[in-house]
Design a protein around this ligand. Sequence first.
Ligand code: PLP
Length: 423
Amino acid sequence: MDRLYQQLGIDPDTSKLAESTLATLRERFDEIDRNAEINQLKVIKAMQDAKVSEACLYGTTGYGYNDIGRDTLERVYAEYFHTEDALVRPQITCGTHALALALMSNLRPGDELLSPVGKPYDTLEEVIGIRESKGSLKEYGITYSQVDLLPDGEFDYEGIKNAINDKTRMMTIQRSKGYETRKTLSVKRIGELISFAKSIKPDLICMVDNCYGEFIETIEPSDVGADMVVGSLIKNPGGGLAPIGGYIAGRKDCIENAAYRLTSPGLGKEVGASLGVLKDFYQGFFLAPRVASNALKGAIFAAAMFEQAGFRVVPDSKESRHDIIQSVTFGTPEGVIAFCEGIQSAAPVDSFVTPEPWDMPGYDAPVIMAAGAFVSGSSIELSADGPIKPPYAVYFQGGLTFEHAKFGIMKAYQSVKNAGLIK
Ligand SMILES: *Cc1c(COP(=O)(O)O)cnc(C)c1O
């Protein structure tokens, strides 16, 4: 094994450090395996309860009327998330689209959207109109208010209470930290926040941006009062196999609104051919608990490796986890770039290219992304990205197998070390 690692560009010192680091994480990994087992059973139960049959694996074309595979898959998601209904479609192009759809279809002119957990994910700034953009909620007369987390990371209950007014129709809660260095919210804390908000305004629609959070705990935000949970299929629930797609699971009326917006008033869920993606959607969802747990182990291993080297890591290697994201703060652009180069060089696809920062649509600073994925841009596959702006933190996630995640982190560590950034 050492020889193979050397052939792949890892020094013996780095290999040794990786092994000794891993030895300290065994107990933690056992606990993750137990959760994966629970979630695997939950998924199998959802598939059985929805009566998935072989016929469901074949798709439709054209209008997609009577697409039994599509409709059954939406049942599977609804069963797993314990919601009344779900919309799971290849026509939802990405996570941002799924979130935009959930928002735009359930808000009307004059309504207000509240984020009680601070600034939402970068791409949502344009959806909401925090940053000027064509077609934003703001353009349609939907206002936005935000209450930041307190300095210690707690909810500002007083501020939230004051922010909820007659116009407040919907609340958006982002589970994962995104490109922030705050902590990710546990499902339990999300539940407390929803209960509080609904005690003030019972008909408030509570939406959770569930990106990167699926299968990390054994309950989901929809188990603690969320009216909609929303995510991307090229993250956790696609299990690495879904080639495109997004989902919204939730209350029947909310999903109905989303379906009429996605297709057309009058058509709703009845149209939308599934083409050839259903088998991958089903099989990906089936594999997702294991895949998400592999990624989770990778994140913890990364935290442990870079913590020892003296970098700030969020979360640290000991604390509880609620998503698969690992941030490492380097404080310099060089650190971010070296880390991403290391991840890229560990990829099965495009390992020989050098990632560079660029002005990606939807982001306000150049972003560097490392990904050598089978599905373009898939971040359940081993990947890293970071905006080139202070505090110069990199966000690492994914790994379909733990072995690959481990190797990627060793390459990233080696790359940062080769750049002279580890003492
Ligand atoms: C990835 C992500 C999104 C947006 O998803 P895309 O598929 O990249 O459009 C939104 N919110 C969070 C927290 C995310 O991690």
